[in-house]
Design a protein around this ligand. Structure first.
Ligand code: NI
Length: 169
């Protein structure tokens, strides 16, 4: 099943999500639906709050469906190490049409559960580090535009308000 992706302004995008307590067939199904929704968008990452589900659950696939080995499912992820710095353009399926340069650590190590409920650790640099941080931010109720300096953020928010008023958001 494909879910509609909620956009900036939806309350669930600015609220911290709650941990997944047990892996159930429903959660497993939800993970499949999240991959399908992400590919349909298309995107390289999707967090459950973006489909209106307030759980600490995210999927990433930098290959956008081309290589199964690159599917990453993160249940209750946590960043346990971060270092370096990268500044790259970033976008988000919940903020369609906008990108901006965001400064983030260049390398992170994340601890999470996989879809079988087994703990694992993943290290990412460059784009993978960025995707991991972007999706984990969603679980904290933070969007990439919240990481911009005031003026740059305000400009995007003003444009979104105009689109909203015009009924195009
Ligand atoms: Ni996003």
């Amino acid at each position: 099943m494909l879910y509609p992706i909620v956009k900036y302004g939806a309350a669930g995008l600015s609220t911290p999500a709650r941990p997944v307590e047990t892996m159930t067939p429903e959660i497993d199904r939800l993970i499949d639906d999240m991959f399908a929704t992400m590919y349909a968008a298309p995107g390289i990452g999707l967090a459950a709050p973006q489909i209106g589900v307030p759980l600490r659950l995210a999927v990433i696939d930098l290959s956008v469906g081309k290589r199964d080995a690159e599917l990453i499912t993160l249940v209750n992820p946590e960043i346990v190490e971060r270092d370096g710095l990268q500044v790259e353009d970033e976008g988000c399926l919940s903020v369609p049409g906008f990108t901006a340069a965001v400064a983030r650590p260049g390398r992170v190590v994340v601890r999470a559960l996989d879809r079988q409920g087994q703990p694992f650790t993943i290290e990412g640099t460059d784009l993978l580090a960025r995707a991991l941080q972007h999706e984990i931010d969603h679980l904290e109720g933070t969007l990439f535009i919240d990481r911009l300096r005031g003026v740059k953020r305000d400009l995007i928010v003003r444009k979104i308000r105009k689109l909203e008023k015009a009924g195009r958001w």
